[in-house]
Design a protein around this ligand. Structure first.
Ligand SMILES: Nc1ncnc2c1ncn2[C@@H]1O[C@H](COP(=O)(O)OP(=O)(O)OP(=O)(O)O)[C@@H](O)[C@H]1O
Ligand SMILES: [Mg+2]
Length: 237
């Protein structure tokens, strides 16, 4: 893992009316790392991904992608610059085939590596099926495929394993780790299952009420009493 940061963000802030959902969060992702972003429901994890990717109005904060300031770019331009994101809820069109869907995302990313992505994610057998007809686990792989078109530099994945069994989630995590190494991706992953987090992440950031509670190795975070109190509860105490 090289030491140059892929993504540096400063002062990420998001207000909804009088409520501040994200309060000046700083995040630095080192090139090639898989970062876990954890925290209770409503901590601000999805909002953090929104602000990083330029989604929505009134975004505050500075974002640098591989040394280039992308803070003023639109959501779409940030995507083309190499910052890709998946959503908490599946984002697929059930009436399109898997291949059509991935190709559509590739057009938006302005770089067509549809066939490569389908093949890497093991989706070739389903490529010509309607996305609505494949299993939920395969649909989640399509969500991941949509982020990988255009060969992005940084992937922000918002609960990509939500709704999967533990076994399926761990398998997705292994696939992610292999892809990250092979494609030299930097990943930030939101995930609630600690077994999945500990199996794949190099480093963790814990959000609590819109602020960073702590950052560190999975072991350090797991044994931090504040984290246990605010988030992990007795499960990992
Ligand atoms: N559109 C919105 N309008 C008002 N408040 C919002 C909006 N979106 C999010 N919030 C609030 O902002 C806070 C952070 O929400 P966010 O969705 O980022 O949390 P999260 O950490 O992703 O939670 P979860 O684990 O449930 O996905 C929450 O209190 C939420 O209710
Ligand atoms: Mg969320």
């Amino acid at each position: 893992m090289s030491k140059a940061p892929s993504l540096v963000a400063r002062g990420l802030t998001r207000r909804y009316g009088g409520f501040t959902a994200l309060k000046g969060v700083d995040i630095t992702l080192q090139s090639g790392e898989i970062r876990g972003l954890i925290g209770s429901n409503g901590a601000g994890k999805s909002t953090c991904m929104d602000v990083l990717t330029g989604r929505g109005p009134d975004l505050i904060g500075e974002v640098q992608l591989e040394g280039v300031d992308i803070s003023k770019l639109s959501e779409r331009a940030r995507r083309r610059a190499g910052l890709a994101r998946s959503f908490q809820k599946t984002n697929i069109f059930p009436e399109l085939t898997v291949r059509q869907q991935v190709a559509l995302a590739a057009r938006r990313a302005e770089f067509d590596n549809t066939e490569e992505v389908l093949s890497e994610l093991g989706l070739m057998p389903h490529a010509d099926r309607l996305a609505g007809d494949i299993s939920y686990g395969d649909q989640r792989r399509v969500d991941l495929a949509l982020t990988l078109v255009g060969r992005p530099k940084v992937l922000l994945l918002d609960e990509p394993a939500a709704g999967l069994t533990l076994e399926e989630s761990l398998s997705l995590a292994r696939m992610l780790r292999a892809l990250a190494e092979q494609w030299k991706l930097t990943v930030m992953l939101v995930e609630h299952d600690m077994e999945v987090i500990f199996s794949v992440c190099d480093h963790l950031t814990v959000l609590h009420l819109g602020e960073i509670l702590t950052e560190g190795s999975p072991e350090a975070v797991r044994s931090n009493p504040e984290v246990v109190k605010a988030y992990l509860g007795s499960t990992f105490a």
